[in-house]
Structure formats: C-alpha cells, structure tokens
Design a protein around this ligand. Sequence first.
Ligand code: SF4
Length: 385
Amino acid sequence: MTAISLGIPTVPTRLAERRKSRQIQVGSVAVGGDAPVSVQSMTTTRTSDIGATLQQIAELTASGCQIVRVACPTQDDADALATIARKSSIPVIADIHFQPKYVFAAIDAGCAAVRVNPGNIKQFDDKVKEIAKAAGDAGTPIRIGVNAGSLDARLLKKYGKATPEALVESALWEASLFEEHGFRDIKISVKHNDPVVMVEAYRQLAAQSDYPLHLGVTEAGPAFQGTIKSAVAFGALLSQGIGDTIRVSLSAPPVEEIKVGIQILESLNLRQRRLEIVSCPSCGRAQVDVYKLAEEVTAGLDGMTVPLRVAVMGCVVNGPGEAREADLGVASGNGKGQIFVKGEVIKTVPESKIVETLIEEALKIAEQMEKDGVASGEPTVAIGA
Ligand code: SF4
C-alpha cells in the first residue's frame, strides 16, 4: 500500500544518506560503513618526547578527539611509538613520510593505523608488497594520504599541477598496488588547500571507489580562515553523504581543531547536538546587551553535557518564538526578561536577574535530562540569528 501524503512537510534531520563505504577498524574506532563520522587531530609535540605527546593526547581526548595522529620523522620518534600507542586511550596513527622503514616500525609498535604519503616515500611502489604483508599480518589499516603539496612526481608531470584528477589517480593507483597483494584495509584522503579542488577530488574519489574517506583541507590556515574553509568544504561533502572521518587542519592548538570538527558534525546533525545557545545577532531593536547576555549564559553553563537548547533573544520580535522552540529561553524587553521553559512562560524577571535565572532553570532541566538518560557529551555553543 502506498503511503498517503497529507501535504505536511516534515523537518529534515539529515541532508543525505551516507555514501556506502567499506568499514575498517582503526583500533577501537570503526571508520566507514555505518560508523558515525569520527573526529581526529594530530599532535604538535616531538613524538620522541613521550611525556609531552601523551599529555597532548590526553588533552585532545578530553576535548572529544577520537583518533590521534603523530609524526614520525626520526628513529627516536619511531622508538617512542610503542609506548605512546600503548598508553594512549584513543587509537594512535603513525604519520610516515619519506622513509619506508618507519612504516614497518609503526606496525611493529602496535599503532592502530599508519598513514603513508605515496608522493614522497622513497621507492614506495617497490615496498608495497612488504608493507601489505606486514600490515595484513598485524591487522593494521593503512591510510593512503595524498597531499597536493607532495604529489607523486609522475602525476605532477602528467597533469601539470595537483588537479582533482591527479590527486584521485595517485590515491587509486596506490590502492591498486595494495589490492594486487590482497590488502584492502585502506582509507584514503586527497587533500588540497583549496576547498573547491578538494571537494571535487573527494567527489570523484567517492564515485570511483568504496574506500572510507578521511576528509581534510590541508594547510587550511589560521583559526578563522581554516575554520571557514574546513566548514565549507566538509559541509559540501558531508551534506552529500561523503566522508567517514574528518580532520580540521588549523595553525592553532590541536584542541581547537577538535572543537571545530565536532561543531561541523553537530551542525549537520551527524552527531547529537549538545548545549546549544541560540542567540540573536542583536540590532537596533535590542533592549538588552545580547552579546553580554549570551556570553554570560554560555560561561555559566560551561561544562554542561546534555543536549540543552537555550535561546537568548534581544527583543520581542523573534524572542518569544525562538524562546518557545528552545528547552529554555529568554525574550527581553523593557528592562525585563520573560523566561520560557519548554514553550511556557514560567516567570518574568528584571534584567539583572536574567542570567542567574536562566542558569538556575538550565541546571534543573539538565538534571531531569540526566535522570531521563538523555545522551550526554561535551558542551558546545552555537551563536546564531
Ligand atoms: S531578536 Fe531580532 S529583532 Fe530582536 S534584537 Fe535580536 S536581532 Fe533584533
């Protein structure tokens, strides 16, 4: 029987079905298939400094990072991998450039995966058989990480520059070499610093293979620019169902990358939203200092782990509407704030009491949510119109 449409449009929760990719296991984290899109970052410490690296991994883990990558440019770094992989509470991926010997060291060290750059590992193609054997025996997946800045010389000559086609051909060529040896425990990235080229490369790659994809805009820049570039590029791809794990690259502390990555996933409903502050941008009608109010409420609710939506609105134009839609809200005006809980006005308080009242009510709602077993997570804040 065909369902009859009553003509009432529904509110979409997702923009697209996920692309069907094969699933691999990076330590305890599944990547691809129906596994949730994971967020990863990379340490900035010398990997050979085990204490500092583990400290940074702990900070990343606390911020929500699910997989961490560490650089391995020297033998001292390779020697540190076993301890780091063992002591880290999230899977550790060794990032290998230039020296194939470190690929074997990383596999022996028990890293959860190894990232190789086919464009700059010496005689990489000749080593694939050995790498496939070692990785296959250890059950270690490989990320084929193609990067525009270090594209294979042969492809650079063929295409003249790092075009989407060149990036994809490089990745699929390397994957085919592994496949010849029966190894398919692979994920792929084709990074470029230009979101347009990057998006097109991943679209082509997604159409041509079923490997799970690690998304990244490489060298995206300082925090503001890198955040925008990554949000635009990841948004374009994730909204089409493309992407299985993401790394935001910022010239900023890695914890910032995780915050941005998580916010991108939450914005697309690919991850449950947590604390969300819906605050207006303010305008000439505002009757309170919206920025101050939003900041004070955000600070007061820092650490909240339930998906609470709090509306902070400057006047009565959109205020009551947004405040009603949220779990909790305030619509301000005439030196007072109408406080809404679950759509009902529960009280009207003087402006000086708005923040403390909102925090007090938020804590009550959060307590109830926790009792009801509503999923929890680290807090984030979305400031919007
Ligand atoms: S709710 Fe809208 S109209 Fe009212 S102050 Fe905020 S931005 Fe201006």
